[in-house]
Design a protein around this ligand. Structure first.
Ligand SMILES: [Ca+2]
Ligand SMILES: [Ca+2]
Length: 368
């Protein structure tokens, strides 16, 4: 390959990917306290998800959640460790991305607890709050004397069927999840915030898996009920106006339920907004979907032409049980003795790099 061609090849290679990914420094896990937080959280998280009966959950050591749990070839603990090591070293952009994702997760847990507290009822509150299905039935009882002069029979029927759907939804939940345990569950979930935030932003493919777990396992049923409950809430609001013949207590009962419905709708809307592309930052990526997200298998953290997955596989071939510290060092530091490729030098090296980049570029193009 002629020198001009090599330069052209490198320019072609650098233009699309590098514009959107940060250049990141060599890092090490030595003395990284964040990893001592994330690793036990991640272990407990996997155990807890499996404990709730979600099928197909692998062990912590094998968890590779990209692409609908098919993985990207690197067990996620290695990728999380690489991220933790970078955050320990300090990087303002990635730290801000991590903080954003911690906030997203914390809001999500708060919303989840609020929604489930309304659906399941809160028996430990003073006074106790009945489950939403019971409250809908109670509203139907309040309104029934006013059929048909004030309230159409269809409204009573809709309240009844919404109550039945909510009862069915609650009956399908694991028995461990009930109103009485929600405060404990909330504390448990908040205790995973660093591990979940780390996972959420490792790469686009793992983010899709995490969101899919969330939306298909938990939210899809509730989202179906959302519009129905919102419609009933709108109808109920019409019945509690100044002209309403309902008693003050009856109006207050209905208005309290309307307020809780609005909490559910707002929480669902916030959660659905998280599924908008770009809402959850990908670490080390500043714009859009990068072909080589720095913490992904196809990514190249240190931009030395050798992908993170290639590094992992080389280490694994040498020793089946790859030490996490070794992966972090080899993937992030092109000068590490563990890194099997010396820095590229000379024309031959440039040609090799350009060839690798072009191959990678063609691969990325085909994937789209
Ligand atoms: Ca992975
Ligand atoms: Ca590399």
């Amino acid at each position: 390959m002629k020198k001009g061609l090599v330069l052209l090849a490198i320019m072609l290679c650098a233009a699309p990917g590098m514009a959107a990914t940060l250049t990141l420094p060599p890092v090490t896990l030595d003395g990284c306290s964040l990893w001592l937080t994330i690793e036990p959280e991640a272990q407990m998280l996997i155990q807890t998800i499996a404990g709730f009966g979600v099928e197909g959950i692998p062990s912590y050591d094998e968890a590779d959640l990209e692409n609908g749990m098919l993985g990207d070839g690197i067990p996620d603990k290695y990728q999380m460790a690489l991220l933790a090591a970078l955050l320990c070293k300090g990087n303002a952009t990635v730290q801000a991305q991590f903080d954003t994702n911690v906030n997203h997760y914390t809001t999500l847990v708060d919303d989840l607890l609020a929604v489930f507290g309304i659906l399941l009822g809160n028996p430990v509150a003073n006074p106790p709050v009945p489950p939403a299905a019971d409250r809908l039935n109670q509203v139907a009882t309040i309104l029934t004397p006013y059929v048909p002069a004030l309230v159409p029979q269809a409204v009573i029927d809709a309240l009844g069927s919404a109550a039945t759907e909510l009862s069915d939804f609650v009956a399908d939940l694991p028995p461990e999840i009930n109103g009485a345990v929600l405060p404990v569950l909330g504390n448990t979930l908040r205790g995973f915030k660093e591990a979940v935030a780390a996972l959420m932003g490792l790469d686009t493919e793992i983010q899709a898996s995490v969101l899919n777990l969330l939306t298909s396992e938990i939210l899809s049923d509730v989202t179906e009920i959302r519009q129905q409950v919102l419609d009933i809430s709108t109808q109920m609001a019409l019945l509690t106006g100044e002209e309403s013949p309902l008693s003050t207590d009856e109006k207050a009962y209905i208005n309290a339920l309307i307020a809780d419905v609005n909490i559910i709708v707002a929480a669902l809307d916030r959660t659905i907004a998280l599924t908008t592309p770009g809402a959850i930052p990908i670490y080390g990526v500043t714009a859009g979907k990068a072909a080589h997200e720095p913490f992904s298998g196809v990514g190249d953290y240190d931009k030395n032409g050798v992908t993170n997955l290639e590094i992992y596989n080389i280490l694994k071939a040498a020793k089946a049980d790859v030490a996490i510290e070794d992966f972090v060092d080899a993937a992030s530091n092109p000068l590490s003795p563990l890194n099997p490729y010396l820095p590229v030098g000379g024309l031959l090296g440039l040609a090799a790099l350009a060839g690798a980049c072009l191959t990678g570029g063609a691969f990325a193009l085909r994937r789209k």
